[in-house]
Write a new protein. Structure first.
Length: 291
């Protein structure tokens, strides 16, 4: 397929752009771009963001990938994902240039698809899971879009078959890593839902079946903050919304976000924001009146 590639200053590239049909956009996820490239020794992308999810297969070569304050070494048969609105950067090893094939996609359930192949925001790279079958499906995708049979149903069929193949490979070769992703995500979602119910880190770690110290260490490594800090952030976000948008009393707000009394709520709020809840509310009211 090299005859369809266009050369620029740092790569040879074949790229196809799709306009999703109404039917595609009514579903869980849909493809937006398809491409493959051969990097030149000076190949370097970013730092920058993307509006879509980019799933990238490493066919040959070596490189380095940075995203979400993490660094990964890229090698043959690795897979990595660029997440929307997250700064990323990646580049090739000049002595062993990367050759990649990639698929950009979007949709309400895009994250769920990535979870099926063991990828998440805090785990955007998987080593060695690209199989010959998955690569062949990608070339089949190119064959489809270069033909007169390029339909929305055809694209969706291949799109999901690629994820099906990668999911099977991830289950077979990285099952322990997927378990780690699973319990971290499970704990994260538990806190998002139950933060206002007076939960503790002990309660969360017990729920996911992991030792509290290990849970805290791995959570901080994955998300950049501790579980306690995350629970506090969720409480304060909701408290600010209630102070700004309702006339609820401080006692009502304190209990609504999981504090036992006004004192503990006011102390935590002032420590984080530098002002008491009443001062915060008054300032927001004055600001709104001035507008």
């Amino acid at each position: 397929m090299r005859d369809k590639m266009i050369e620029d200053n740092h790569e040879f590239l074949e790229l196809h752009l799709f306009t999703p049909s109404a039917y595609e956009k009514s579903g869980a996820a849909w493809p937006i771009r398809l491409g493959h490239n051969i990097a030149k020794p000076n190949y370097h992308i970013g730092p920058r963001t993307t509006p879509y999810y980019y799933l990238i297969f490493v066919l040959e070569g070596q490189g380095t990938f940075h995203q979400n304050k993490q660094t990964f070494q890229l090698r043959k048969n690795d897979i990595f994902c660029l997440f929307p609105q997250v700064i990323h950067e990646y580049y090739t090893c000049p002595d062993d240039p990367l050759r990649k094939v990639f698929l950009a996609f979007d949709g309400r359930q895009a994250l769920k698809l990535l979870e099926r192949i063991g990828l998440a925001m805090h785990c955007p790279h998987a080593a060695g899971i690209v199989t010959p079958e998955a690569i062949q499906l990608m070339w089949d995708f190119f064959e489809l879009v270069n033909s007169d049979n390029n339909t929305d149903l055809g694209r969706l069929i291949l799109f999901h078959r690629i994820f099906e193949q990668l999911s099977a490979a991830a289950d077979g070769s990285a099952r322990s890593d997927r378990r780690d992703v699973s319990w971290l995500q499970k704990g994260h979602e538990y806190m998002e839902i139950h933060y206002a119910e007076g939960i503790t880190v002990e309660k969360v770690s017990e729920y996911v079946g992991i030792d509290r110290t290990h849970f805290t260490k791995q959570y901080r490594k994955a998300y950049g903050i501790t579980p306690i800090q995350f629970i506090q952030e969720l409480k304060m976000k909701e408290a600010r919304a209630l102070l700004e948008q309702t006339s609820y009393t401080l006692s009502e707000i304190a209990h609504s976000v999981g504090y036992p009394d006004i004192f503990s709520f006011s102390k935590a709020f002032k420590k984080l924001h530098g002002v008491a809840p009443t001062q915060y509310r008054d300032a927001k009211i004055k600001s709104g009146q001035q507008k």
